[in-house]
Design a protein around this ligand. Structure first.
Ligand code: DC
Length: 228
């Protein structure tokens, strides 16, 4: 008997601040699965470029940087930590500068290739909840369950604003600045030529505009447990 026969993957995609990470985390806890945050990997790559003074949208310079860049993850008490060349950068990658850099660097083909390989390896033989932009469409196209989590842009921008404010990371930015950046990132993530953000045909839409995180987690957990 194959002990891994009951391995299932849950893909959760959606735009920034849609609530997908909170949902993915909550669902993984309730179902006893591993949670993998793929955005953190693009963020780590962006952090390396920013530190090296490399423009995150410069394909050639980023391409030269990648072969000597090691991005990996490990789990500490069940929580994912991201390592950049061996350094735990999990907390350093949450700034708005890194968010914007990650959105740019993730449009570079070589960067996607490297990180998608890593993501597929992590999901091999394990039950995972993986969140990102292209999990259901590209990374794990055979995932048993796919969800597309979204919310109106102004609601997402307000969530991001409050998140940064509570972490004391606003750095003088107003809600309007964050709303403008939310639109910019949506535009870039959805219109890039490779693996853009889009809803997989076989995914279930979860609109969190008027939903609490707990309600969304309940919905996904119920949907999955009723079918396995
Ligand atoms: O989910 P996040 O905000 O941490 O993601 C940061 C950026 O990385 C986002 O702008 C788009 C990109 N990304 C991607 O292109 N593909 C993924 N699977 C995950 C994130």
């Amino acid at each position: 008997m194959n002990p891994k026969a009951d391995v299932i993957a849950i893909a959760i995609d959606g735009p920034s601040s849609s609530g997908k990470s909170t949902i993915a985390k909550g669902v993984s806890k309730r179902l006893g699965m591993i949670y993998i945050d793929t955005g953190a990997m693009y963020r780590a790559a962006a952090l390396k470029a920013i530190r090296a003074g490399i423009e995150t949208g410069d394909r050639e310079a980023v391409g030269n940087m990648l072969p000597s860049t090691d991005i990996s993850i490990r789990f500490v008490k069940g929580a994912q930590r991201v390592l950049l060349d061996g350094e735990d950068v999990s907390d350093l990658i949450r700034t708005q500068e890194v968010s914007n850099g990650a959105s740019k660097i993730s449009a570079i083909k070589e960067c996607r290739k490297k990180l998608v390989e890593l993501q597929r390896k992590l999901a091999e033989g394990e039950s995972v909840v993986m969140d990102g932009r292209d999990i259901g469409t590209n990374v794990l196209p055979n995932a048993r369950f796919k969800f597309y989590v979204t919310a109106d842009a102004d609601v997402r921008a307000m969530r991001r604003y409050l998140e940064l404010k509570n972490a004391d990371r606003l750095g003088g930015m107003t809600y309007e600045d964050i709303l403008a950046e939310t639109h910019e990132r949506d535009e870039r993530d959805s219109n890039r030529s490779i693996d853009p953000l889009r809803m997989a045909e076989d995914s279930v839409l979860v609109d969190t505009t008027h939903m609490s995180a707990d309600e969304a987690i309940d919905f996904v957990v119920r949907f999955v447990t009723e079918r396995i």
